[in-house]
Design a binder for this molecule. Structure first.
Ligand code: NDP
Ligand code: 8X3
Length: 248
């Protein structure tokens, strides 16, 4: 199977690896992100199979204007991968600036909803697919996860709700829920601290972006009558711990 796939957040990590894999497999790939230079590099690498769209996903008007100038050969989008997102901060809730909470909600939820709403009519027409990048954080609370984890729980539930509402329309929806994966995620989360990121993943043998790209490709390659509802995945070296108990 091949077609046209739009991947938000294709300048780095999961999105970039997914763009590469699908282009290699003969798909037309639209990649989005704020960093124009990264999209231009990817365009130079992938050639005419790739179209870059530069916009901040929190800016609805900018997103819409990019679709107005989308070349005709990329307009029939079959698969939307809602991947752009971020966490800000690892501290407990009372220490997190309100602005960081707002940025996470605006990016991970509002931006994702705007683009999904914009593309849904075409996805319904073409019996397409939506793949949302949630997280293990949607299921497993951890200290410092607060609003980031809540945005990812929203994504999982939105995916399931979308499936219900699109019942009978032939549109497939999947929530992918990965654990620790070494990308720019922790560098962004820690405000640019590469050392903190290196330390977090040291010895973990974490998921890598290509693993996620393979998972997305597998989901998109299922026969038309199969919907993968959700996939939770972790590195073998990550698992669960117990509750914390405070004693007075
Ligand atoms: P990266 O930081 O490597 O990539 C994030 C991508 O999101 C970039 O392409 C970035 O593009 C884009 N993005 C962020 N904010 C905006 C914005 N305001 N407007 C447009 N694009 C934006 O992280 P990952 O690849 O790891 O993360 C991808 C997704 O996977 C995220 O939603 C993350 O929450 C989720 N995830 C990550 C896990 C991990 O351990 N790494 C585990 C589970 C889920 P640009 O900066 O150019 O705008
Ligand atoms: C990112 C995975 O475990 O850092 O969503 O929250 S985790």
């Amino acid at each position: 199977m091949s077609g046209t796939i739009l991947i938000t957040g294709a300048t780095s990590g999961f999105g970039k690896a997914t763009a590469r894999l699908f282009a290699k497999d003969g798909w037309k790939v639209i990649g989005t992100g704020r960093r124009a230079d990264r999209l231009a590099e990817l365009g130079a690498e992938l050639g005419t199979a790739f179209h870059g769209m530069v916009f901040d996903i929190t800016d609805e008007a900018a997103m819409r204007s990019q679709f107005e100038v989308l070349p005709a050969e990329f307009r029939d989008i079959d698969v939307l991968v809602n991947n752009a997102g971020l966490a800000l901060g690892t501290g407990p809730a009372p220490q997190v600036p309100l602005k960081d909470w707002q940025t996470m909600v605006n990016t991970n939820i509002t931006g994702l909803l705007n683009i999904t709403h914009h593309l849904l009519p075409g996805l319904i027409e073409r019996h397409g697919m939506v793949i949302n990048m949630s997280s293990v954080a949607a299921h497993w609370p951890y200290a410092g996860g607060n609003v980031y984890a809540a945005t990812k729980a929203f994504l999982r539930q939105f995916s399931l709700g979308l499936r219900s509402d699109l019942h009978g329309k032939g549109v497939r929806v999947t929530s992918i829920e990965p654990g620790m994966c070494e990308t720019e995620f922790t560098v962004v989360r820690t405000g640019g601290n590469q050392e903190a990121s290196d330390n977090l993943y040291k010895g973990v043998n974490p998921i890598v972006s290509e693993d996620i790209a393979n998972t997305i490709h597998w989901v998109a390659s299922q026969p038309k009558h199969i919907n993968i509802n959700s996939i939770e995945m972790m590195p073998v070296n990550q698992s669960f711990a117990g509750f914390q108990v405070h004693r007075d």
